[in-house]
Design a protein around this ligand. Structure first.
Ligand SMILES: C[S@@+](CC[C@H](N)C(=O)[O-])C[C@H]1O[C@@H](n2cnc3c(N)ncnc32)[C@H](O)[C@@H]1O
Length: 354
């Protein structure tokens, strides 16, 4: 393995890779995306100059899936037990943190607090940034983060990152515009320790728009249409039909469009929920875990079978789509190209001074 030396100030040279620490990795969507070198729908997403060297999550089942698919191993641990100074040196910190749990306390001036324990995870990320000062960080969150607490929480979250010493870009990205067969909208927050990096960064431009979006039918497993196991019972269908008019439920997907957003709730999918379902020969069927993982853009080689189907749905539904993450991480590599250009310029300068 090639690690950068920290004196390098987080700049790449030759074949070295930037070190990544991943808090709350789930089954590893962000981690797979940032490392690259995987296939999805006959497309290769090339290796990126990033290498995960530290990963922490407290879900034993997601961890099992993760360790089954990556050569490095992750730690099963509560992030609140992390001592920031003990986190290995790294250049990029990754993390998602729950958004529902923020509250704005009524002090003057108002401050960001948390309604439950999950809100603390955000502060764990900030604490690691303050202590370790990596060159970049990437956070991912639900669209609702932008409007949480009547729009007041997000600017405060940004302020906390700024107080930790970071310049912030953020953008709402729709996975379906980046080659993922799902209309998943997520906020990406990218932080930069150095102003020059902040100045040079651009979010990726959509690569699949309108007609070129990947359709759900491209990831449907036709074999599952023949397996009774995946179909809802007549009782479930009757129950749903009784309330359907009132509740606008029974979310049958259009196979010629990207799928609606899937969530960890797929483990408990019911026809009375808002979860995406399929209609096959006028019968309702659920998505298989493999279909769900393809809707999230995990490669076929990503092995889920090590845990029960319910645990697979949960881990996959929680994940960041690796292809979307690959595009965001790839945009960061432009900053690294700028490093290379700077090295060339410095060498030229040295030569001209001789
Ligand atoms: C939305 S998922 C993360 C997705 C992941 N970042 C990815 O790239 O696919 C949320 C994760 O937070 C983890 N989590 C929640 N509370 C935690 C805690 N206190 N310590 C560590 N992990 C926690 C859950 O186990 C779950 O895997």
């Amino acid at each position: 393995m090639n690690f950068i030396k920290h004196q390098d100030n987080g700049k790449t040279n030759g074949n070295t890779k930037l070190k990544v620490a991943s808090l709350i990795y789930g089954c590893g969507g962000m981690d797979l995306g940032i490392q690259g070198d995987f296939n999805f729908l006959n497309k290769h997403f090339g290796a990126l100059p990033f290498e995960v060297v530290y990963a922490v999550d407290n879900d034993a089942y997601a961890t099992k899936i993760y360790n089954n698919n990556f050569s490095h191993k992750c730690e099963l641990k509560d992030v609140r037990d992390i001592v920031p100074s003990e986190v290995p040196d790294h250049d990029i910190l990754l993390g998602g943190f729950p958004c529902q749990s923020f509250s704005i306390s009524a002090q003057n001036p108002p401050r960001l607090g948390f309604k439950d324990d999950r809100g603390k995870l955000f502060f764990e990320m900030v604490n690691v940034l303050k202590e370790k000062k990596p060159r970049f960080f990437i956070g991912e969150n639900v669209k609702g983060l932008l409007s949480a607490n009547k729009g007041k929480a997000f600017p405060m979250i940004v302020k906390e990152f700024e107080k930790a010493g970071y310049y912030i870009h953020h953008k709402l990205l729709n996975a379906s515009e980046f080659g993922v067969p799902q209309k998943r909208e997520r906020v990406f927050i990218v932080g930069f320790r150095d102003f020059e990096d902040y100045f040079n960064f651009r979010f990726p431009q959509p690569s699949t728009l309108n007609g070129s979006k990947i359709k759900l039918k491209q990831v449907i497993d036709k074999k599952a249409n023949k397996d009774e196991k995946w179909f809802f019972s007549q009782r479930a269908v009757d129950g749903m039909l009784r309330v359907r008019e009132k509740m606008n439920k029974g979310r049958v997907q259009d196979l010629n469009q990207p799928c609606n957003t899937i969530s960890s709730h797929l483990a408990k999918v019911s026809l009375n929920g808002t979860d995406p379902v399929l209609m096959v020969d006028e019968r309702y069927r659920r998505l298989t875990p493999r279909e769900a993982s393809s809707i999230q853009s995990f490669p076929e080689s990503f092995n889920l079978d090590i845990v029960s189907e319910n645990r697979q749905y949960k881990a996959i539904g929680n994940a960041v789509p690796p292809v979307l993450m690959w595009h965001v991480a790839n945009a960061l590599t432009n900053n690294l190209l700028t490093d290379k250009q700077q090295e060339i310029n410095e060498t030229k300068l040295e030569l001209s001074e001789l």
